[in-house]
Design a protein around this ligand. Structure first.
Ligand SMILES: *Cc1c(COP(=O)(O)O)cnc(C)c1O
Length: 394
């Protein structure tokens, strides 16, 4: 199909929930994507932080093909090897004791909320719990996740949502303390806010919230759907900040291309859910779990965490230089390792679009921030190429 024809036909039948760029993608290889006409793009968005291992990894493909030939789905009423291995690798990497696999990030957040509510219900024998979430947060598009998302335009048209949610200021411990009552079941936040414009939690804030949760038996839910899976140089961002949550959510990089998410929890919390409380037909089937399991193996074989640290530091250095050089239009540079953002004075969508003309894919976070979420296999030479193409796109 011709490129224009694809776009015209798609616009007629797909719901208009995305402002799509005029780009028809065909295939990927390592750090690069190729469009319908064969044009090459250096990819610093990775499908919104999904393709941690890069495109067309032969080991990953082989593991998936092998599993397709055996069994893709069984329902969760039986055991299978891939989900057992994936769960072992996930709990080891996250420091959690148990995991539930979902089909997406938003479902992981739904599950985390249900788990927190059930834990509270078991404790208090009352269904009146409250949740504290953060302004400018993003947790997904289903009703529970929307209810804890801090951007009003994402939330208000869809009300009434789940109730008893209050919003505090991110990195302002007092604003969290002010909202705590004896009904507070959980505090939910991203360890590093992604969609809201690349805002990392300060160590002081996160440790303060952890202490508050410990004192009041409140559960700390850290949403690492975007910042987890090596993006910040550790498997999970909280591991850099010396804090362990009671519940963690994960997705995006976890499947590196197949739809899978997860919420994990410490034993004393996880056991609040008993048979009948939660489930998913597809969730964590052998096909997606074969992918998850292979992704963890590839992290080890390719030393992706170490690479994320080395190349993440280099990306920081280069974006700092870039921000200084263009201080007339760039107002801030934030983030950690392979998850960074540049805040511009003006709307960045035209710059992102010109990047595509120049063979570079990045994504915006809100109106004024360009996000850099490269595959974790990126090398220094890719950072140099990205900076050169970004310069051209200003
Ligand atoms: C992307 C994202 C989600 C939602 O994940 P989906 O797979 O799109 O449902 C939730 N939380 C955070 C922090 C995210 O970045």
């Amino acid at each position: 199909m011709e490129t224009n024809e694809v776009m015209e036909r798609a616009e007629k039948v797909l719901m208009h929930t995305y402002g799509r760029y005029p780009l028809v993608l065909d295939h990927g290889e390592g750090m690069y994507l190729y469009d319908n006409d064969g044009k090459e793009y250096l990819d610093f968005a990775a499908g919104i932080g999904v393709f941690a291992i890069g495109y067309n990894n032969p080991d990953y493909n082989a593991a998936l093909i092998e599993q397709i030939g055996k069994l893709t789905h069984t329902s969760n009423y039986y055991y299978n090897v891939p989900s057992t291995l994936a769960a072992e690798k996930f709990t080891k990497a996250s420091g959690m004791d148990r995991v539930f696999f979902t089909n997406s990030g938003t479902e992981a957040v739904e599950g985390a909320i249900k788990l927190a509510r059930k834990y509270y219900y078991n404790k208090k024998k009352k269904a009146d719990s409250e949740i504290i979430a953060m302004n400018h947060s993003f947790h997904g598009r289903t009703m529970g996740a929307v209810a804890v998302t801090g951007t009003e335009s994402y939330r208000i048209p869809f009300e009434p949502l789940i109730g008893n949610v209050k919003f505090a200021e991110y990195n302002d411990l007092q604003s969290v303390k002010d909202l705590v009552t004896d009904k507070t079941a959980a505090i939910i936040m991203e360890t590093l806010q992604g969609e809201g414009g690349i805002h990392p939690a300060t160590c002081e804030f996160l440790k303060g919230v952890r202490k508050l949760c410990d004192e009041k038996d409140i559960l700390l839910i850290l949403d690492e759907v975007q910042c987890g899976m090596g993006r910040t140089g550790k498997m999970f961002a909280y591991q850099s900040l010396g804090v362990t949550p009671d519940i963690v959510t994960c997705a995006k990089g976890l499947g590196s291309g197949v739809p899978v998410g997860a919420f994990g929890a410490k034993e004393r919390v996880a056991t609040a859910l008993v048979p009948g409380d939660h489930g998913s037909t597809y969730g964590g089937n052998p096909f997606v779990c074969a992918a998850v399991s292979k992704v963890f193996d590839i992290f080890e074989e390719k030393n992706l965490l170490e690479n994320a640290n080395v190349v993440g530091d280099y990306l920081w250095e280069k974006l700092e230089e870039f921000a200084k050089k263009h201080s007339d239009i760039v107002v801030d540079h934030r983030g950690m390792k392979m998850m960074q953002g540049l805040e511009f004075k003006n709307d960045v969508h035209d710059t992102v679009k010109r990047g595509m003309d120049n063979g570079l894919i990045t994504i915006a976070a809100g109106a004024n921030v360009i996000r850099f979420l490269p595959p974790l296999i990126a090398e220094k030479k890719h950072v140099d190429e990205m900076i050169e193409k970004l310069e051209k796109s200003l």
